[in-house]
Design a protein. Structure first.
Length: 382
C-alpha cells in the first residue's frame, strides 16, 4: 500500500544507514543570490577595499579595519626623537649665545661698496677688520682714534696680519680735505673711518671693532697679564702715567722682562713723550700681540670666560655668524705678523713735519704704501 510519508524518503544505504538529507532545492535565482553573498563575504575579509552594504538585499557585512603598519609607527617615533634633539640643540645654542655674546654691542653698519668706498675686492679666505682704539679719558675728548689697526684674519695661511696705520698720516678724508687719518673717526664715526682706509689703501674692509683704551684693562687682565720687555726710561714713564690715570695702581719696580697687569699695560701703550709716534704704535702692537700670544697659551676651557669679558667691552659690526666663522682660527696655532705704515725702511720718501696749518704730519706716497699693504695682507708679490 502506498504511503504519502515515504514518498520523498531516500533509499537506505548499506548497513541500514541513511544518507544525510540534501539541502532543500531552491530556485536558480536564489542560488545565484547566495553565491554572490558568499563572494562578497570573502572579499570583505581578504580584500583591501570596502564592499557595498548588501548584495541583492542581503545582510549588511562590516569590513574589518586595516591593521596599523608597525613601520609607520616607528617612523613617527623617530621623527619625535629628531624633533626633541633639534629642540635641545636650539635651547643649548641660545644659552651659549646669551652667556658668551649676549652683551656684545653689535651696531648697524652699511655693507655696500659705495658707502664704504670699496673699489677693489680682496681675496677669498681673508677678512679685513678695522680696529680702532679710542681714548676718552676726559669730557673734552672728541673721540679721535688714537690707535688704527687693520686686522687681517687669513684662514688660508692660518695667520693674523696686524698692520698699524700711524695716526698722524696725512690723507684725504671725504668731505674734509687732507688731514690726519685719525680725524676721520671724529668726523664721521666708524663708517667714515673705514671708508677712509678703503679709499686711501684700496682695501675691502666691511667690519670694524672699537675699544676704549680704558676698557683694554679688562682684556689684559682676562688673559692673566702680558709679558713685555721694557727699559728703565719706559718704566719711569709707566709709573708717571699710572699716577695720572690710576692713582691707586701698582708701580713697577724693575725693568727688563716684566709681567704687566691691565693698568700698567695701558700706560705702556700710551707712552709717547720719550720717543716717537712710531715707537708708540709699536708699543700698541706689542700689547695686542702679547694678548694674542696669551690666548694661544690659554686652555680651550678658558676661552668662554675671555669671550664673555671681551664681548662686554667692544663695539663692533661683526655679527654672531661672523664671529663663529672666524672661530676656527682661534683653535689653530696661528702666527701674528706685525707691520706698520708708514715704515721708514720701506717708505723711502717718508718725511714728517709741521705744515702751514700748524699741524704735524707724516707725508709719504700713499699709492706705493697701498701696494705694499696688499702684498702683506694677501701675500702677493708686489
Amino acid at each position: 500500500m502506498y504511503r504519502e510519508e515515504n514518498y520523498n524518503r531516500e533509499p537506505e544505504g548499506r548497513g541500514g544507514r541513511r544518507k544525510p538529507s540534501a539541502p532543500p532545492v531552491h530556485s536558480h535565482k536564489e542560488q545565484r543570490r547566495r553565491q554572490l553573498q558568499d563572494v562578497a563575504a570573502k572579499n570583505s575579509v581578504f580584500g583591501n577595499h570596502r564592499q557595498n552594504n548588501s548584495v541583492y538585499g542581503g545582510e549588511v557585512r562590516n569590513t574589518p579595519k586595516k591593521a596599523r603598519s608597525p613601520k609607520g609607527g616607528k617612523g613617527k617615533k623617530t621623527l619625535k626623537i629628531i624633533g626633541l634633539i633639534l629642540l635641545l640643540f636650539v635651547v643649548l645654542f641660545g644659552i651659549t649665545y646669551f652667556y658668551l655674546l649676549g652683551s656684545l654691542d653689535t651696531q648697524d653698519f652699511p655693507k655696500d661698496d659705495t658707502s664704504l668706498g670699496i673699489t677693489d675686492q680682496g681675496a677669498i679666505g681673508v677678512t679685513n677688520i678695522a680696529f680702532f682704539g679710542v681714548d676718552t679719558r676726559d669730557n673734552t675728548d672728541t673721540g679721535r682714534s688714537d690707535a688704527i689697526l687693520i686686522l687681517s684674519a687669513d684662514l688660508i695661511h692660518g695667520n693674523v696680519k696686524m698692520t698699524s696705520i700711524l695716526r698722524d698720516s696725512k690723507v684725504p678724508i671725504d668731505g674734509h680735505g687732507e688731514t690726519k687719518i685719525n680725524h676721520a673717526y671724529a668726523y664721521g664715526g666708524p663708517e667714515l673711518a673705514v671708508k677712509t682706509l678703503n679709499q686711501v689703501f684700496k682695501l675691502d674692509i666691511k667690519e670694524y671693532a672699537t675699544v676704549n683704551f680704558e676698557q683694554l684693562v679688562d682684556i689684559v687682565d682676562a688673559v692673566g697679564g702680558v709679558t713685555i720687555t721694557i727699559t728703565n726710561e719706559e718704566m719711569s714713564a709707566i709709573n708717571a702715567l699710572m699716577d695720572d690715570a690710576f692713582p691707586d695702581g701698582e708701580h713697577l719696580t724693575s725693568s727688563g722682562s716684566v709681567l704687566l697687569n691691565g693698568q700698567q699695560a695701558i700706560c705702556y701703550s700710551r707712552i709717547r713723550k720719550i720717543d716717537t709716534d712710531n715707537a708708540r704704535a709699536g708699543r700698541q702692537q706689542e700689547i695686542l700681540n702679547a694678548i694674542f700670544e696669551s690666548l694661544k697659551g690659554m686652555s680651550k676651557l678658558e676661552y668662554p670666560k675671555f669671550v664673555r669679558r671681551f664681548s662686554a667691552i667692544v663695539e663692533t659690526s661683526l655679527s654672531t655668524a661672523d664671529i663663529i666663522r672666524l672661530a676656527p682660527l682661534m683653535v689653530r696655532d696661528f702666527a701674528v705678523v706685525q707691520n706698520t705704515i708708514p715704515d721708514e725702511n720701506y717708505e723711502t720718501d717718508l718725511s714728517g713735519g709741521t705744515d702751514s696749518d700748524g699741524v704735524w704730519y707724516w707725508h709719504y706716497d700713499l699709492d706705493a704704501a697701498a701696494e705694499r699693504l696688499h702684498s702683506i695682507i694677501y701675500e702677493e708679490n708686489p
